[in-house]
Design a binder for this molecule. Structure first.
Ligand code: AMP
Length: 419
């Protein structure tokens, strides 16, 4: 199958050829004709499936071929994304795919000055990529109008809900014309996402390119049980032992990110950090350094988990398990992409067993446990069923005086031994 056979016009076909895309990916093969035919879409597609080109190419074509010129402050296609990083990345893809077409596009997200975004909107935009909060700010200041809007794209819709954008999204939907095309992309399909789809989509084409709620098959997923206080030490040890060429490390909190980066620095290892407290230019710089291979280690919170378009990343480490099980799928989605094999390792302590059980229930697989010699935890990680149950939780020691004062090893706490 070729891009031309999907109905794309010559300039777009030439562009994708120049990018070295030989054939459409499965999500592109299904989405491109449907978007050209103005259908609604509900797509279960993760980053790495080529979904951005799947919606951007046909929308750029429609913008070029159809409709009146865009009026002042109006927008014809709106792409909503959860994070600034993804906004930048999607807009960069749009610009690449639309090179040479006479279209005006822009990106708008919070954190920086709103004025340049207002200036760009003044002449109207064919396509705007935005995060929900900033879009609402622009709307409330009359900087953007939706009278000419014909297509709304929700990219990584699950992540938008996870980040608490439900109210902003409702306010945006209320402002949009009812007659429009809506494309909804989500890596996972939880009940709230299905409810959103039922509310927004009319007779949608359902596209599913990998099994629902599952991580990509060629990723080796495993865990090392470890005591919480020894995680940094274990990470350093594995880093040296495994000689990871390039590793993306996920840590639960912003403080945790900074602490790990400091620990690495104290051991003579340079690492970049990316999290919500960092100014946007620093985040983009860190991302670029990592993508270009200048930095071998990037430590991130989940804010950065989405939208990191890094091809062929061999190693992801979950220094902490994510609070939201779906984030595990997004995190591991950074590796093993485009058919390349990947490795996703989680450092799991006893406190995290409920999170582990939830992840295993969501992905439908038991993570292989491999103890690292010298790092066997004092606090055993209880076994899990793979179906979401913890097989045996450690008993809480009774709090009588004698026990409270006793050293940990004398307290009668029994655990199931890991396999
Ligand atoms: P996405 O899932 O949209 O983030 O795209 C993942 C990566 O796949 C990006 O780096 C794209 O440049 C690349 N890509 C998209 N479509 C194709 C294709 N048909 N053939 C090869 N690479 C592609």
């Amino acid at each position: 199958m070729s891009f031309a056979s999907l109905g794309l016009i010559d300039p777009l076909v030439r562009t994708v050829e120049s990018l070295g895309y030989a054939t459409p990916t499965p999500v592109q093969a299904q989405a491109i004709p449907a978007v050209l035919a103005k259908r609604d879409i509900m797509a279960a597609a993760q980053t790495g499936t080529g979904k951005t080109a799947g919606f951007a190419l046909p929308l750029l074509q429609r913008l070029t071929m159809e409709g009146p010129q865009v009026a002042a402050n109006c927008v014809r296609v709106l792409i909503l994304v959860p994070t600034r990083e993804l906004a930048e990345q999607v807009h960069a893809s749009v610009r690449t795919y639309g090179a040479g077409l006479p279209l005006r596009t822009a990106v708008a997200y919070g954190g920086g000055s709103i004025n340049p975004q207002m200036m760009k909107l003044r002449k109207g935009l064919d396509l705007l990529v935005a995060t929900p909060g900033r879009l609402l700010d622009l709307y409330r200041q009359n900087a953007v109008q939706f009278t000419q809007l014909h297509t709304l794209v929700l990219d990584e819709a699950d992540r938008m809900l996870d980040l608490g954008f439900a109210r902003e999204l409702d306010a945006v939907f209320a402002a949009l014309p009812r007659q429009r095309q809506t494309l909804l992309f989500s890596a996972t399909f939880s009940d709230p996402i299905r409810a959103l789809a039922a509310q927004l989509l009319v007779d949608p084409l359902s596209i599913e390119v990998s099994p629902r709620n599952s991580t990509v098959k060629r990723i080796r997923q495993w865990l090392v049980p470890v005591d919480k206080k020894r995680k940094s030490e274990l990470f350093l040890h594995l880093l040296r032992k495994k000689r990871w060429r390039q590793v993306l490390v996920f840590v639960k909190t912003r403080r945790g990110v900074d602490e790990l980066v400091d620990t690495l620095a104290a051991n003579g290892i340079a690492a970049d950090a990316i999290h919500g407290d960092k100014p946007q230019p620093a985040r983009l710089r860190a991302l670029e350094r990592f993508k270009s291979g200048q930095a071998a280690i990037l430590v991130a919170t989940d804010v950065a988990a989405r939208g990191l378009d890094i091809d062929d990343l061999p190693q992801v480490v979950n220094f902490d398990l994510p609070i939201v099980a779906e984030d595990y799928v997004h995190r591991t989605g950074r590796t093993g992409r485009a058919g390349a094999a990947g490795d996703a390792l989680s450092l799991v302590c006893a406190d995290e067993v409920d999170l582990l059980a939830a992840i295993e229930a969501l992905t439908g697989q038991l993570l292989e446990r491999i103890e690292e010699p010298g790092f066997a935890p004092e606090h055993r990680v209880p076994l899990t069923s793979g179906g979401g149950q913890v097989l045996k939780k450690p008993k809480k020691p009774k709090k009588n005086k004698a026990q409270a004062d006793a050293p940990v090893s004398q307290v009668d706490v029994r655990f199931l031994k890991p396999r």
